[in-house]
Design a protein around this ligand. Structure first.
Ligand code: SF4
Length: 680
């Protein structure tokens, strides 16, 4: 039986797995010992192969809903692009990518946008996931790699602080590191407005009001300073900017933080002591802390705390963030972001433009400048000055974007919407042209996991008849549009080009080859030469900043974009459940996952439910300033009485969320808005 060693198609843990083709043509998932998941898989990974022969699988291109041949579909798209650009200019066409695309696809998509289309409008859904941590990492360390150390360090930490990360549900195999850590006597601290399954494993759970993580981080730093835990030698030798950060933290004494966040001062002090006394301490942020209009500043506050304690670069200690989407890390490195070129280069850097233009065989001046972030791009579609056409790869913004009803309106206002996908997502349902493309088990490529480890995705089988590939679509459209450089349809050729384009950049892949990945269980970037061993641990001796020092960034707490008011007296926060993934296009079609998590719901506290005479299971209406959703109530005592929680994997929930943006990362404020709940 043919068998390949590959990785799960879903989250950024990218669990190692085997795929086996049985005699009956079915694909079976099996475990394999990989350094991160060590044989573990969650329910999503175990059932991932069910989509390969799913009856909803798209197997022919659709033009206005009717099946057509590939040449007809591609000719139509190319002709419409040519017409729209002739009338409205090259920025009339936009591209929207995804954090689940392979490195090769993300790279090719950025190149396609800049060189074939010549548009500045390209961005991706990772903007909804990682951008705040990425921005804060760059401004502190000069580089953004989710975990700058191997994942296994989590299990060895004397104190592990998880701020807004619910790994027990989002990445269950990672839970073994929490077990390892606590069984060895370590202290696990979780900051989360909900008593999630992760928080319930913690020795100390800080349960702040949504939108107050930044104040909690400032309060922790205040106690660390007051109790003398600051690593003065490290601060003096390896950082800049300490004095102003220390000055601002002085104003965040525990009682003040308690009044603002609801976190008892004693718990705050206990957490600071556990961090300060630990020989090895790790601080990790997740979406809970990051998806705010002040997400970048909140992450900076946690990084400031880590720097004060002397953690980054100390073996066994550090700060990291947990990337969410499968290739959320690689997807933000190679050019599908509006402001970026491959190798994590900035598109407004003349040297970067010259290098990448040289690889692409075009003049630097022919490359467009920076575009706008995902939410801004979606908001601009179909407006008089905005793009008239959008090409979507590996994303479903109708469900995953904030204020989703408005996003659907913007997509309907387009002259041309093209979606490449393997299932008819809610976004594909609005498309003029749908192009059926291959799934993970049918394609080769690379992914970069949450540790910055570049991995191989390996094909087990061919896509069904009639199904193309994302790279093939880009190559064919490139040929038809006949602008500039060629896009290769072969993933290995694309990766070799990506290596050259990334050479010398912060995310340098030039020494990574598919063969090395096979032989070494993945290669950590940066890896600048064939003989370089890769970089599992960053910052050991220096930081990639101009002076080699990490930068403290002064930040202050501020309120969320929306606070509760008489009309909307509650906080609404959103998140994930174990059995579903992102916008649910895939997992809402897998029977065991549907059985485990069949529909959206809203969690509310028993006290709130009693006040409104709502009983468990009863349908209720949740209303925000942007829309309403009818959801069954789940009455649970794991949530604060002033807070509602709803998972966003189903259409409707993001109709409620706020599209207010972080000024630095352009991250929407998914994690907190004002809402009310009504009995129906
Ligand atoms: Fe897949 Fe993530 Fe589950 Fe691992 S934890 S099996 S990568 S979804």
């Amino acid at each position: 039986m043919p068998e390949v060693a590959t990785h799960c198609p879903y989250c950024a843990l990218q669990c190692g797995m085997t795929l086996r083709l049985t005699g009956t043509g079915r694909v079976e998932v099996g475990t394999r010992d990989f350094p991160t998941n060590r044989g573990g898989l969650c329910q999503k990974g175990w059932t991932a192969a069910e989509l390969l022969d799913h009856p909803d699988r798209l197997t022919t291109p659709l033009l206005h809903g009717e099946p057509v041949s590939w040449p007809v579909a591609l000719d139509f798209v190319a002709t419409r692009i040519r017409e729209l650009q002739a009338t409205h200019g090259r920025d009339a066409v936009a591209v929207f990518g995804g954090g689940g695309l392979t490195n090769e696809k993300g790279y090719a998509l950025g190149k396609f946008a800049r060189v074939v289309l010549g548009t500045r409008y390209v961005d991706y859904n990772g903007r909804f996931c990682m951008s705040s941590a990425a921005a804060a990492g760059i401004r502190a360390f000069g580089i953004d790699r989710g975990l700058p150390f191997p994942l296994s360090d989590l299990g060895k930490a004397d104190t592990l602080l998880l701020a807004g990360a619910n790994v027990a549900e989002t990445m269950p195999p990672l839970g073994r590191y929490l077990t390892e850590q606590t069984e060895a006597g370590g202290t696990l601290i979780v900051i989360d407005p909900r008593a999630t399954p992760t928080a319930r494993r913690a020795g100390l759970h800080l349960q702040p009001t949504p939108g107050t993580d930044l104040a909690v981080a400032l309060g922790l730093l205040h106690v660390v300073i007051a109790e003398g835990y600051v690593d003065r030698g490290y601060v003096a030798a390896r950082t800049t900017g300490w004095a102003e950060v220390a000055r601002r933290a002085a104003a965040w004494w525990p009682a003040r933080v308690e009044r603002l966040s609801g976190v008892p001062a004693a718990d705050l002090e206990a957490a600071a002591h556990a961090l300060g006394r630990a020989a090895r301490a790790v601080i990790v942020t997740g979406r809970g802390a990051e998806q705010h209009t002040k997400g970048t500043d909140t992450v900076s506050a946690f990084i400031n705390l880590a720097l004060a304690l002397g953690l980054p670069g100390r073996p066994g200690s550090g700060y990291g963030c947990l990337t969410g989407q499968g290739n959320g890390q690689g997807g933000r490195e190679h050019g599908q972001k509006a402001d970026q070129l491959p190798g994590y280069r900035r598109i407004d850097d003349p040297a970067a433009r010259a290098h990448v233009a040289g690889v692409w065989g075009v003049a630097p001046d022919d490359l467009p400048g920076p575009g706008v972030s995902a939410a801004e791009l979606l908001d601009r579609l179909g407006t008089p000055d905005g793009p008239k056409a959008l090409l979507v790869f590996g994303s479903n913004p109708v469900v995953s974007a904030p204020r989703a009803a408005r996003v659907a309106d913007r997509l309907r206002a387009l002259d041309l919407l093209v979606v490449a996908d393997f299932l008819r997502s809610e976004t594909a349902a609005l498309a003029d042209v749908v192009l059926p493309t291959a799934q993970w088990a049918e394609e080769d490529g690379t992914m970069t996991n949450l540790e910055g480890r570049v991995l191989r995705r390996r094909a087990l089988c061919e896509p069904p008849s009639g199904v193309g590939t994302d790279l093939g679509v880009l190559a064919e459209l490139g040929t038809r549009l006949a602008h500039g450089a060629r896009i290769d349809a072969d993933p290995r050729a694309v990766f070799d080009e990506l290596r050259r384009a990334s050479a010398g950049g912060p995310a340098d892949y030039s020494g990574v080859t598919w063969e090395r990945i096979d032989a070494e269980d993945g290669v950590f970037w940066p890896c600048p030469t064939d003989t370089h061993r890769g970089t599992p641990r960053l910052f050991i001796d220096t930081f990639p900043t101009p002076d080699g020092r990490a930068r403290f960034v002064p930040v202050d707490h501020r309120a969320p974009a929306e606070e509760p008011c008489p009309d909307f007296p509650l906080y609404l926060t959103t998140g994930r459940v174990l059995a579903q993934y992102q916008s649910g296009t895939q997992t809402r079609r897998v029977a065991p996952l549907v059985a485990a998590a069949p529909r959206a719901f809203v969690e509310l506290h028993p006290d709130l439910a009693a006040t409104l005479s709502i009983v468990d299971g009863e349908p209720v209406r949740v209303v925000s300033r942007r829309g309403a959703a009818e959801l069954p109530a789940r009455v649970v005592d794991t949530i604060r009485p002033d807070t509602l929680f709803a998972p966003f994997h189903w259409p409707g929930v993001n109709a409620l969320t706020n599209d207010a943006l972080d000024p630095t990362s352009r991250m929407p404020e998914f994690k907190v808005c004002a809402a009310r709940v009504e009995k129906l």
